[in-house]
Design a protein around this ligand. Structure first.
Ligand code: SF4
Length: 385
């Protein structure tokens, strides 16, 4: 698991700042928004906002100088990454990794739902600094970034703040696909949909969860009365403005039994969705706390999963299976399985080292040590065909 937060060796009395990592001096653009990552202590190049010293344990710079030893857990930091340093609290947060294809912006931890399996349990504190930090970070990201996620909490709670972030993405990252994870409820407001679509972002997708074809069962999963109706209204409004939509279903004991019926509901009522993602459970946050009630071995829901996938496929809807190991999926479902777990929290077991399909398998969430399928087993070369 790759660490994205660390403690700095000392604190200084200065405001938090966002900056891009520079290793090669030829790549500097604006030193006031850059941190030099260097192992040269003697010939320190002046003018950078801060300095991170590689292999430097002598922390003699305990004054107000913005010079810190690079925390060992962040030895993955590289040219073009973007970090936020909070000198007063002595913290560094890796906001963006240039080489990763799994960058996402957690723009708020507040939410209007309270899903039983939420991996990022909502907080009520004002966290407007997150939006402000990303507005600083976006111009520092590489315009060659292929994809960037926006997540929460519920990003739509930012209202115009979300529109502002999307505008910044369009301006500074015009070739980057943006994928927003939202519960869709606030898009029941047609004017909000209009504002979002008026950005005319060239490559935008909203991932919106739907957990049942029966309203009260969806409302139970998200722990919010009326959420199903609001989400459906939001989906229809977004479709009216031709905003591309992905429908997401997290698979657990409360959602798998009616998965085939949900597939029929979606193909009949929401055929405009560009993609459907059927997702394995991440055992973090509330999912961890509610695991005894939610856990079902993926091997035990293969019939429902297969029926749903075949239904979507037959009706011409693009469908993928996320967060599942190939050895627990029916072989016929393998073409639909994607390597979807973010690289920084993706792991494999020792068993996987002798598996013929390891390179194609999505592996595990780091949190899966809590509970795994009883059917994890290395695939022999002959069976992988
Ligand atoms: S043994 Fe490991 S690599 Fe092989 S299919 Fe299972 S989880 Fe994937």
């Amino acid at each position: 698991m790759i660490k994205l937060h660390a403690r700095l060796s000392h604190r200084t009395d200065a405001e938090p700042f966002v900056a891009r990592i520079v290793r090669n001096l030829q790549n500097t653009v604006d030193r006031n928004r850059e941190i030099l990552l260097t192992n040269q202590t003697e010939t320190m190049v002046p003018g950078f906002r801060g300095y991170l010293m590689v292999s430097h344990t002598d922390d003699s710079s305990t004054s107000d100088s913005p010079i810190w030893p690079l925390p060992a857990e962040l030895d993955h930091l590289a040219e073009g990454d973007v970090v936020r340093i909070s000198p007063r609290s002595g913290e560094i947060w890796v906001m963006y990794r240039r080489a990763s294809t799994f960058n996402s912006m957690l723009v708020t931890e507040r939410c209007n739902s309270y899903c039983v399996m939420c991996s990022q349990p909502p907080k009520v504190a004002n966290d407007d600094f997150l939006r402000a930090a990303y507005l600083e970070a976006i111009p520092l990201m590489s315009p060659e970034t292929r994809e960037l996620g926006i997540t929460g909490g519920e990003p739509a709670l930012l209202g115009n703040g979300l529109v502002e972030l999307l505008n910044a993405c369009k301006t500074h990252l015009p070739q980057t696909a943006i994928h927003i994870l939202t519960n869709g409820r606030l898009f029941r407001d047609i004017e909000f949909c209009r504002a979002l679509s008026s950005i005319e972002h060239p490559d935008l997708m909203l991932g919106i969860p739907l957990y049942s074809d029966i309203s009260y069962r969806h409302d139970h999963v998200v722990q919010a009365d009326g959420a199903f109706d609001e989400t459906i209204r939001g989906l229809l409004n977004l479709a009216r403005f031709q905003v591309p939509i992905e429908i997401r279903v997290v698979l657990h004991r409360d959602t798998v039994d009616r998965l085939p019926q949900l597939a029929r509901f979606i193909t009949r009522n929401l055929p405009f969705a560009s993609h459907v993602a059927l997702m394995g459970l991440e055992m973090m946050g509330f999912a961890r706390a509610n695991l005894p009630a939610l856990w079902i071995d993926p091997a035990d829901y293969q019939p429902q999963l297969r029926a749903a996938v075949e239904h979507f496929d037959r009706h011409g809807m693009s469908v993928s299976i996320y967060n599942h190991q190939l050895c627990v999926l029916d072989h016929d479902l393998w073409p639909f399985a994607r390597k979807s777990i973010s690289d920084w929290k993706n792991e494999y077991l020792p068993e996987c080292d002798r598996c013929a399909v390891r390179a194609d398998c999505g592996g595990f969430f780091a949190s899966s040590s809590l509970r795994r399928s009883d059917h994890i087993q290395a695939i022999e070369a002959a069976a992988s065909i």
